[in-house]
Design a protein around this ligand. Structure first.
Ligand SMILES: Cc1ncc(COP(=O)(O)O)c(C=O)c1O
Length: 766
């Protein structure tokens, strides 16, 4: 359905609306004429300040009428109408804003307002019916332009009610109506979902696979907005984006320089391209949070030594450039690289740079992130290689799940040929694309183009308010000898010549000064002792909440600790789902979908957990399901005793130390990931218990969460030097046996239950 004026109400800002005055009477007549004659609702706002709030919280307004005659106070404390207009324009350049007056003469209309308004209405000069009609015309014109082109065409097409003789077979949903289950599905999703589900044989919408017509135009608009030379819409997620990029450039035997902290889809990209990976090793702090790769790992000498030591790189190939590099930007915990520095250093040694920005598609749209994203515009130099960026638009912007973008910026002397590139694109694309997903990418682009800075600015500020709130609560509690959860963030902020507590820092400074978030050695709240200057920043919207048990310097409290998994399990029971759980921290993401109510519920739940913990409440109150499922292990315990027991186990078994040691090792590769996979296909692998893995070669990659980095890749050998890896995995097995109900995700591991114990098994090459 095309936007209809009845669903786009007018915001009418006037203190007179309910007043027993002539103005009030006329305004009520205007509201009635709008409703009865134009079918347009009116949302009243009685002050300019309230209007700011209403406007920020609603994007479904069709127009704003501002009564310019409201009385202003003399001390200038209250907002002025031109300031309201300015704030509206920051959020929306297009919405009609109409000035309503009675007192102002034409020559007295303020210049500051004239450039931002679309029309002036004199309260007494025309009839209410005429004014209402004029407002309705503005709204209708505005609504014609709010849909970006592809989405608009999709809506128009679905309104033609054509008889379709093509796929999808449900034909606008009709097929579903033939059976009750189908009717239920149809009713749940609504008619438009089905009418907009079209076949690729509809020519009006262009071709995704050939990037022509309306789809091609939408991709080109996205390229312009996201700062790329070319952008491709990919409808099977960034997992597929990564594979398209690699398939387009990498041949069997090519060398690739890869962040060990890369997503599994990149590991599969190495399998399908038969690349020979050489790994960069990211740092980790004592809490276990993954940090950036050291800048020195991008220097020529360092790379040469790592390549020389690599058993699968033949001597003749050691001087070859890397065909591709891949870095995860930002890291899961929100550390974003200074991309300009990386391009300068790493760009000398690779043919193509690839930044996996699955969680970071918004960076281009707020100045806080300048210079720290792949498509950053820092001028292309003649020896810069092409840059590829993969972004899950669906993750932190607004698109349907799996809707992602692939951006390309050509190198200084090498451009990516679109015809050749498209071979890889088509190899991974379906010939039945979902048009709703394309429309959502088109709309995400429009949203960022028109109000990206404001929208991203809003979520940055909301995240900052939550950060400050948690810091303030914690400071107060600690002063009283009590405890509270913390935030992984600077404790002190530089202000003028001195510093202040994060909790007291100015919101404006935190939301606009990049420097606050750039990691430095002097202010080592982050725990990466050897961090380079001006190299990485923390993204304020990625919120890592810390739990007691370990301090920022990495010292374990040997007595008291609250493992994060107990807290996040509790939060899940209260419908608060976290993104990632580490040993003593968990990650929350602030995104366009985050509301203040969500933040309030989170704080309330954290307080409730604290109360249960402090008051010695039984575990069955904090984790009823756990006690119900494993009564022999957990009944009779308090929540606090449970936390103590798990914390003691982590300390006594040195789980953090073992994790640290395990990720320092890159085991000897005997086969490339592709060769290892070929063994899997040929059935030349067998399932073995982890305890028996010593000396064997892994058939598939093993990725334990936390921290979510491959600890072992297919083809790597568990020899003596890789002993720390085995020790860590066996310690995890032991942990799960000691704490049933806390099974963590370990990609590549199967669990065997024998004699009341769990054993980890994985595939080893025969
Ligand atoms: C760094 C990284 N890259 C790629 C992906 C895959 O993204 P998608 O879920 O869009 O396929 C993920 C998913 O979590 C990721 O974390």
């Amino acid at each position: 359905m095309r936007p209809d004026i009845s669903e786009w109400p007018l915001l009418l800002v006037s203190a007179e609306l309910n007043a027993s005055t002539d103005d009030g009477f006329r305004l009520r007549e205007l509201a009635a004429a709008l409703k009865e004659e134009q079918h347009c609702g009116v949302i009243p706002s009685f002050t300019y300040e309230d209007a700011v709030e209403v406007f920020a919280s609603r994007s479904d307004l069709g127009a704003v009428v501002i009564d310019w005659d409201l009385p202003l106070d003399d001390d200038g404390e209250r907002l002025r109408p031109e300031e309201l207009l300015g704030l509206i324009r920051l959020r929306n350049r297009r919405i009609p804003v109409l000035l309503l007056t009675d007192r102002l003469e034409t020559e007295a209309l303020p210049e500051s307002a004239l450039s931002g308004i679309d029309d002036c209405l004199w309260k007494t000069a025309d009839t209410p019916g005429f004014i209402a009609g004029r407002i309705a015309v503005h709204i209708k014109n505005y609504l014609k332009g709010i849909m970006p082109e592809f989405f608009g065409k999709l809506v128009c097409y679905s309104e033609l009610y054509k008889y379709a003789w093509h796929t999808p077979g449900h034909l606008g949903g009709q097929g579903f109506l033939r059976a009750p289950a189908g009717v239920a599905l149809y009713k749940f999703f609504g008619e438009n979902t089905f009418r907009a589900d079209l076949s690729i044989s509809v020519p009006e919408l262009g071709s995704l696979l050939d990037h022509e017509g309306a789809v091609g135009d939408a991709e080109r608009a996205s390229a312009r907005v996201f700062g790329a030379d070319r952008t491709y819409y990919v409808l099977n997620g960034t997992s597929t984006v990564n594979q398209i990029i690699w398939r387009s450039q990498v041949l069997p035997g090519d060398l690739a320089y890869v962040d060990r902290n890369c997503h599994k889809s990149l590991n599969y990209a190495m399998v399908i391209t038969e690349a020979v990976p050489v790994y960069m090793i990211p740092r980790r702090n004592a809490r276990g949070i993954i940090g950036p790769v050291k800048l020195e790992e991008f220097s020529g000498d360092f790379i040469a030594s790592r390549v020389a030591a690599h058993p699968l790189v033949p001597a003749a190939a050691r001087k070859r450039r890397f065909r591709m590099s891949a870095l995860t930007n930002s890291t899961y915990d929100g550390l974003c690289y200074n991309v300009s520095r990386i391009k300068r250093e790493l760009g000398k040694h690779v043919d193509n740079l690839h930044f996996d920005e699955a969680w970071y598609a918004y960076a281009k749209f707020h100045p806080l992130y300048r210079g720290h994203f792949g498509m950053t515009d820092d001028g292309v130099k003649s020896d810069d290689p092409p840059v590829f960026c993969s972004q899950s638009t669906h993750k932190l912007l607004t698109a349907f799940s799996q809707a992602s973008m692939l951006h390309i910026r050509n190198g200084g002397s090498r451009a990516i040929d679109p015809v050749l590139f498209n071979e890889s694109y088509m190899m991974h694309g379906s010939t039945s694309p979902q048009y709703q997903m394309i429309a959502s990418l088109d709309v995400a682009t429009r949203m960022m183009e028109e109000s990206g800075e404001t929208l991203i600015g809003d979520i940055i500020r909301e995240a900052i308010r939550l950060r400050r709130k948690v810091a303030a609560i914690r400071r107060d509690r600690v002063r009283q000898g009590d405890w509270f959860f913390g935030m992984w963030q600077p404790e002190r902020i530089a202000v003028g010549g001195g510093t202040c507590d994060f909790a007291d820092a100015d919101e404006e400074q935190l939301a606009t000064e990049q420097n606050v978030w750039v990691l430095s050695r002097d202010n080592n709240w982050h725990g990466f002792a050897d961090i380079e200057d001006d190299y990485v920043m923390l993204d304020p919207i990625k919120l890592t909440v810390t739990t007691p048990g370990i301090d920022d310097a990495g010292r374990m409290d040997t007595e008291v600790g609250i493992p994060a998994s107990i807290v996040t399990d509790y939060l899940i029971k209260h419908n608060i789902v976290c993104e990632k759980t580490d040993y003593y921290s968990f990650l929350l993401l602030n995104s366009l979908g985050t509301t203040r109510a969500k933040q309030g519920s989170l704080l309330a739940a954290l307080f409730k957990f604290k109360e249960l913990y402090d008051s010695g409440a039984p575990l069955c109150e904090g984790a009823p399901e756990l006690v119900r499922n494993f009564p022999e292990r957990y009944s009779g315990l308090t929540l606090r005793e449970h936390c103590d027991a798990m914390h003691r186990h982590i300390v006594e078994h040195d789980l953090l130390g073992k994790m640290h040691a395990a990720f320092e090792v890159i085991p000897k590769p005997v086969f490339t990931p592709a060769d290892a996979y070929h063994h899997v296909v040929a059935g030349k692998v067998e399932s073995v218990r982890l305890a028996d893995l010593s000396g064997r070669i892994a058939g598939v990659m093993l990725v334990p969460y936390p921290p979510g980095i491959p600890i072992l890749m297919g083809g790597e050998q568990v020899d003596d030097s890789a002993r720390p890896i085995l020790d860590y995995l066996l310690a995890r097995e032991e942990f799960e046996n000691a704490f049933p109900g806390y099974e963590s995700d370990i990609h590549g591991v199967e669990r065997e239950r024998t004699g009341g114990r769990t054993f980890f098994r994985t595939l080893a090459i025969k």
